[in-house]
Design a protein around this ligand. Structure first.
Ligand code: PLP
Length: 419
């Protein structure tokens, strides 16, 4: 595939942007080669600066659940932009988007918007520490909760492909306990909160084991600790009401991002009134942001949530299931061992292993080194998915049957490159 322009732009980017990228995983460190520079995207497709078209299963790491540049979203954003791009003052759109989220997530009584998932998680942890007057937080190995210091311990996503971050002091992580996913830990009276991705989507996709989330809830309740669901990926992606509606487990605090901002910078922390009202200016927990609740982002978020019905999730789950099963069929009998992992509308491939339950399994799979070969073979056939095995695939509602078929055929013809 022609990539002269990507190559030239990457060379230029390397001179002025560290690693040539604004976020590490985009640099193709795990898979090698030159990152694809994007010109535009529409529906299921990404168009690069060399005129190549790809069926895109990254979809802005899940933010674009309707597909790229959906007209309901672009119209809402364009209209909002004409009225002003940022006010740093309250707007009705923030109230409306909060109401829409709360209506879908029972128990999420109040919300505060931020510009990124990282900030939403930082705020949730700060609230939990203030509310419980405790310091310790429990997180799970391979879960990613953004790039704040305390949560970079044992972090998945882009951090999984790099050494532990320098610049994070021992003090910043001394109250963070990192434990294996899918095992209910002992939660003691010094624990402020347990934070979890209800389906782990930043070490590839690892579904919650039966009873894991309910076990966490019970352990937190018994110890007087708060349970935080980091739904930055799963929120409004796996189901109309997010993970609690699927698992019947209600946390004390939620973090949302990606889908809820419709591809614009927006995230949210939400939860019970008595906890959320601890936030400034009502309470004693400080939190702020110049662009928080930005009018373009809230317009996009409202348009996306309005477009998503319970039926949308049934449709997306069907597409995801079809793709996962067909890929399984392609690999079956090929001599290439792969676990095709799926949970609702999320999926990923783990080469070289039979099954996965935690980060150790995900790492063992990555070491098989088949993923980079598959990635490049598929890219060469016009199918783009995350350039790292520590990410999930995100089929969108815009992916049609023909796109899924082309993807499956591309996988079949890529088999010969994997030896
Ligand atoms: C589960 C989870 N939490 C938090 C974050 C951080 O969000 P952001 O990249 O918007 O800061 C991410 C990002 O991928 C995520 O997947």
């Amino acid at each position: 595939m022609e990539n002269t322009n990507s190559l030239n732009f990457y060379d230029r980017a390397l001179q002025i942007i560290p690693g040539g990228v604004s976020s590490p995983v985009r640099a193709f460190k795990h898979v090698g080669g030159i990152p694809v520079f994007v010109e535009s995207a529409k529906g299921p497709y990404l168009y690069d600066v060399d005129g190549n078209r790809y069926i895109d299963y990254v979809q802005s790491f899940g933010a674009s659940i309707l597909g790229h540049a959906d007209e309901r979203v672009t119209e809402a954003v364009t209209k909002a932009a004409a009225k002003g791009t940022s006010f740093a003052a309250p707007t009705l759109a923030e109230v409306e988007l909060s109401e829409k989220i709360a209506a879908r997530v029972p128990g999420c009584e109040k919300l505060r918007f931020t510009s990124s998932g990282t900030e939403a998680v930082m705020t949730a942890v700060r609230l939990a520490r203030a509310f419980t007057k405790r310091q310790k937080i429990i997180k799970f190995d391979g879960c990613y909760h953004g790039h704040s210091d305390a949560l970079l311990a044992g972090a998945g996503s882009g951090a999984a492909t790099l050494p532990d971050s320098a610049g994070v002091t021992e003090g910043a992580v001394q109250d963070t306990e990192v434990l294996p996913y899918n095992r209910v830990p002992a939660v003691d009276g010094s624990t402020a909160c347990v934070i979890v991705e209800p389906a782990a989507a930043n070490m590839g996709l690892i579904p919650p084991a039966p009873g894991f989330l309910a076990g966490l809830k019970a352990a937190c309740e018994a110890a007087g600790a708060l349970l935080i669901f980091d739904e930055v990926i799963t929120g409004f992606r796996i189901a109309y009401g997010g993970a609690s509606s699927v698992t019947s487990v209600q946390p004390d605090l939620w973090c949302f991002g990606k889908v809820v901002g419709g591809g614009l910078p927006l995230a949210a922390v939400g939860g019970k009134k008595e906890i959320m009202d601890r936030l400034a200016p009502l309470g004693d927990v400080y939190q702020a942001g110049t662009l928080s609740g930005n009018p373009l982002a809230t317009a996009a978020g409202k348009a996306v949530l309005d477009a998503l019905t319970p039926e949308s999730y049934a449709e997306l789950e069907k597409k995801t299931e079809y793709l996962a099963l067909q890929l399984e069929t392609v690999f079956f009998g090929s001599g290439i061992k792969v676990a095709v992992s799926r949970y609702k509308t999320l999926m990923s491939l783990f080469f070289g292993v039979e099954s996965v339950k935690d980060y150790a399994d995900a790492r063992a799979s990555a070491e098989s080194n088949i993923y980079p070969k598959f990635f490049h073979a598929m890219c060469g056939r016009g199918v783009y998915f995350p350039p790292s095995p520590y990410e999930s695939w995100f089929p969108s509602l815009a992916h049609g049957d023909a796109d899924l078929e082309v993807t499956v055929k591309a996988a079949a013809s890529s088999l010969s490159s994997l030896g």
